[in-house]
Design a protein around this ligand. Sequence first.
Ligand code: SF4
Length: 336
Amino acid sequence: MENLKELLEKSNKIYLENHENKVWFGRCIFLSWYCKLGTCKFCYRSTQKSRIHDEKNARRSLSSILIEALISKKLNWKVEFLTGGYGIYETEDLVNITKLVSEVYGEKIWLNLGAIKEEDLKKFKPYIKGVVSSIETVNKDLHNKVCPDKNIEPYEEMFSYSKDLKKSITIVIGLGEKREDFDKLKEFIKKHRLDRITFYALKPVKGTPYVKGPSTEDYVWWIAKTRINFPKLQIIAGTTYNRASGKEANKDEIYLLMKAGVNALTKFPATKKFNTEAARDIEKQIKKSGREFTGTLTKMPEINWDKEIDNLNLDSKLKEDMKINIKQYIKRMGKE
Ligand code: SF4
């Protein structure tokens, strides 16, 4: 087996030759707790489907979605992507939400809303920079078992008509893949000329068959191998509160992820766990690795939020809702 230390020395060197010595945090903004499919074996939404009788009740409020876009902008985070399960809104509503999020954030955003039909994708185009396909695993047999109703083909088809949009996939490590599957991942990245990839370490969710995430060694191995094979690719790695705080992973996993060559971190519940010990530890490990963190997970800047909201081009009712809701966010983030 390859020596992990040597692998990380190589991936770190390649990262530094091809990217700025920085790392950012990407906030994933989700729209709903519901998914019409609801059959992927590792997914939280699959445990919720039978409990949700009306999908409208599982939607997040528009004001909280837009608050997250505003907080991301002001704390120098990026919007990782806009996401949600299948069947949560009509296309026109999704286009409108995407438009508003991109306006509040001030940039086009990435979209991860399933395999979108060609004619629908055109409607999103003015507001998005790229599309993300949640592939989860490129091992077809494993994919059929884990995501029996979410075929890879429609996602591949979407890439074929995405044209000038950037392309990205998400991969979950810990579903049962083998290291031999790396060649399949390599082929997939090449075939679709991906610009970006987001890795997640499986988060074991109660009510699913999974009880354990991958080891730190396995997680960083996949990422380092990807960096070595694709020096220019944008690589993002998810971390959870439990992994970042060392409960479900090595205490130095964030440091090792930097050495593996990630451009960004995501998934950490940054507003709920802002300035917690885990958040502070993420920043410490980034610093120890020699990287500069471009955002913050610990220091709330002085911001007049009401004024920021007033400056947005939104209707007055929505602005009022945002002003009420944002107080809870800021209060929670200022706790520790
Ligand atoms: S399609 Fe996505 S949101 Fe729906 S169950 Fe599968 S992984 Fe979860």
